[in-house]
Design a protein around this ligand. Structure first.
Ligand SMILES: [Zn+2]
Ligand SMILES: [Zn+2]
Length: 241
C-alpha cells in the first residue's frame, strides 16, 4: 500500500521516497532488476517527512552514498527535532493517527540538499531529465518530481483507491488520510496539469491520468483547510448498510 518510485534516466537513477523502515532491500532488488547497482543511485528525493516516505532514507543513503533532497520545512521533522503534524481528512485519518504505526520511529536524517519555497532542483546532473519542485498542500514542505516525459511523482499530494490506496478503485482520486491545505494542493495539481503532465504517480494507489487529477483538484479548490469530504467508505455508512 506504500509506493516508492525508482526513475531510471540516461545516466543514473533517482529514487522518489524511501518507504517504511526496513524496506531498503526492496530498492536493492529493483535496481538489480534493471541491471543496476547501488552506485547507480544518484539522488534520493523525500517528498515529505511522514514515516512511510522517509522511513528508510538513512539506510538507503548509507547503502548508495546518494545525497538526500527534501524541502527545508520538513527538515526539523526529518531530523527528529519536532514531531510530524497530521491533519486528518476523514474518519480513516482520525483513526489512523491514533495507531502506533504512524508514529513509528525511523532513523533520523539530515538531508544533504534543502529546497526553499519556490526553489527548483534540475535533475539532469543526477542523470534524469526533469526537476524537483516545491508542491505544498499535503504538508508545508511537500515536493514533487516532474519529468520531461510528462509524468510526475507527487507523493501524497493526492491518493487513489480506498483507505491507503489499494488495488480497489485505483483510478479514482481521493484525498490522502492527512492534508494540511487542500486548496493549495488543488492549485499545485492544476498547475501541473496546465504544464502538460499526463500521468501522476502517487505514494498510495495510482497512477492517475490528468483528467481525473483535474476533477479532484477542482473539488479541493473549494474546501476549507481541514474540512472533511464525504467518504464513500465510512464505518457509519457500513453500519447503515
Ligand atoms: Zn503523507
Ligand atoms: Zn503516505
Amino acid at each position: 500500500m506504500v509506493n516508492a518510485h525508482l526513475v531510471e534516466g540516461d545516466a543514473g537513477c533517482v529514487l522518489v521516497d524511501a518507504g517504511l523502515p526496513g524496506s531498503a532491500h526492496r530498492v536493492g532488488r529493483a535496481l538489480e532488476a534493471l541491471g543496476r547497482t547501488w552506485k547507480d543511485l544518484e539522488l534520493i528525493v523525500i517528498t515529505h517527512a511522514h514515516v512511510d516516505h522517509a522511513g528508510d532514507a538513512a539506510e538507503l543513503r548509507k547503502r548508495s552514498g546518494a545525497p538526500i533532497v527534501a524541502h527545508a520545512a520538513e527538515r526539523e521533522h526529518l531530523a527528529g527535532l519536532a514531531p510530524m503534524t497530521y491533519c486528518p481528512t476523514g474518519w480513516f485519518g482520525r483513526l489512523f493517527v491514533k495507531t502506533p504505526a504512524i508514529h513509528e520511529r525511523y532513523l533520523r536524517v539530515d538531508p544533504d540538499i534543502l529546497l526553499s519555497d519556490g526553489e527548483t532542483l534540475d535533475l539532469s546532473r543526477f542523470g534524469v531529465r526533469g526537476a524537483v519542485r516545491h508542491t505544498p498542500g499535503h504538508t508545508k514542505g511537500s515536493i514533487s518530481v516532474e519529468l520531461d516525459s510528462r509524468e510526475a511523482l507527487v507523493g501524497d499530494l493526492l491518493a487513489s483507491g480506498v483507505l491507503l490506496g489499494g488495488i480497489v478503485r485505483a483510478g479514482h482520486a481521493i484525498r490522502p488520510p492527512f492534508e494540511e491545505a487542500p486548496a493549495t494542493a488543488g492549485a499545485e495539481l492544476e498547475r501541473m496539469v496546465d504544464a502538460g503532465i499526463q500521468t501522476f504517480h502517487l505514494g498510495h494507489g495510482g497512477p492517475l491520468n490528468a483528467r481525473e487529477v483535474l476533477r479532484h483538484a477542482r473539488v479541493l479548490r473549494h474546501l476549507r483547510p481541514g474540512a472533511p469530504i464525504p467518504q464513500r467508505f465510512s464505518p457509519e455508512a457500513a453500519r447503515a448498510r
